[in-house]
Design a protein around this ligand. Structure first.
Ligand code: 13P
Ligand code: SF4
Length: 369
């Protein structure tokens, strides 16, 4: 079997056979028809990292924060077909009413970073950290985390953050308590704290596998405790990529997402959330050149939408988020037809107790975002 056939087979796992060989035109026609028929009853949010074949049907395209905000505002739609990854669909379920149903077109669309902080590891870590530091820590979690982690953070007075409000939220947290535990992305935590003037030698790392604090100095001096997690897409942008771009295109501006490592952010010209990257490219003068360090679908879309600018991916091999890419046109059509058939698939339903605590963490963010 060829590599292409293997990939196709993997894509189709769990997808009913009747969707395997439909033409793009047929699928697009059926999706449009269902959208017209369901009208306001249906809402399709889509993350900027989604494929073009999917994002073209989104009612609202945005980054994690914008999608959480639109979900919280939308009380009309009976069905929210979330084109993003599992943690985003969970957030939408938490922020919508009980009568609204949130559907993820492919349940395998997870996030490797969110999987790096498991609730049992987190509870164990918290116990250790409490015995080391007492009641001096506020937990913050990137929204790229499971509902259980958001609930844990909410229960202990903390909040969620996204890449577009991390500075505001870390500043707020450090007014509330002497130190923070930042889950699950060490890079976003480190880059944000560094921007706020916290030196690297005041940042410790919590290793959830070894269940230990990694810190060279006197632990009492640690202000930020970073969970040892990362994004497997953004870690593919390296110092070597930057050196290569600088050599080949000395005039090029390099902009990266803060999920990239400290070294990469340090050597870039600019960094910011998905929304910030999009706005920077939109505002840039025609004729300017940009190397972008973020997910491939978004970089490709920026290249297509801005033919007057020279845009490349910072990593020439491009970096797709494979789990985001699991949402494709056949899965979207399957999800929509399951609604029409009266038997919706892949409903995301967060446990009520988890949801109640998680909403506290999300609300603390949304009030300040
Ligand atoms: P933002 O949408 O907050 O920029 O996050 C990027 C990301 O990795 C989403 O999974
Ligand atoms: Fe998770 Fe990274 Fe994919 Fe975002 S890009 S969904 S953080 S793996």
């Amino acid at each position: 079997m060829s590599v292409l056939q293997v990939l196709q087979e993997q894509k189709n796992i769990g997808l009913p056979e009747k969707y395997h060989n439909l033409s793009v035109e047929e699928m697009e026609r059926r999706v449009k028809e269902i959208k017209d028929d369901l009208g306001d009853k249906l809402f399709i949010p889509g993350h900027h990292y989604q494929k073009d074949e999917v994002i073209q049907f989104s009612d609202s395209a945005g980054d994690s924060l914008q999608l959480a905000q639109v979900s919280a505002r939308n009380s009309k739609a009976e069905y929210i077909v979330f084109c993003g990854v599992h943690f985003m669909a969970e957030t939408a379920d938490i922020l919508t009413t009980e009568a609204q149903k949130v559907i993820l077109p492919d349940m395998r669309a997870g996030c490797s970073m969110a999987d790096m902080a498991d609730i049992h590891q987190t509870e164990k870590a918290w116990k250790e950290l409490q015995s080391m530091f007492g009641d001096t820590i506020l937990p913050l979690t990137y929204v790229n985390s499971t509902a259980a982690i958001k609930a844990f953070v909410g229960k202990y007075g903390g909040a969620t953050v996204t890449s577009s409000n991390a500075h505001t939220m870390v500043k707020w947290a450090l007014k509330e308590k002497q130190r923070i535990l930042f889950l699950p992305d060490q890079h976003l935590g480190r880059n944000t704290a560094y921007d706020l003037g916290i030196p690297l030698d005041k940042m410790a790392v919590w290793d959830p596998i070894q269940n230990e604090l990694i810190y060279d100095g006197n632990p009492e001096e640690a202000i930020v405790i970073l969970w040892k997690g990362h994004c497997s897409v953004h870690e593919n942008f390296t110092v070597k990529n930057i050196e290569n771009v600088r050599k080949q295109y000395p005039e090029m501006n390099i902009i990266v997402h803060p999920e990239c490592s400290r070294e990469v952010v340090e050597l870039s010209d600019d960094n910011g959330s998905t929304k910030y990257i999009i706005e920077t490219i939109e505002k840039a003068e025609p004729g300017t050149s940009w190397a972008i360090g973020t997910e491939m679908n978004l970089v490709n879309r920026l290249i297509q939408n801005h033919p007057d600018k020279h845009i490349i991916s910072l990593n020439p091999y491009m970096c797709p988020c494979l789990t985001m890419n699991r949402i494709d046109l056949p899965h979207l059509l399957w999800a929509l037809e399951s609604i029409v058939d009266g038997d919706p698939i892949n409903i995301i339903s967060v446990d009520e107790e988890v949801s109640n605590y998680a909403i506290a963490a999300l609300d603390r963010m949304l009030e300040r975002a």
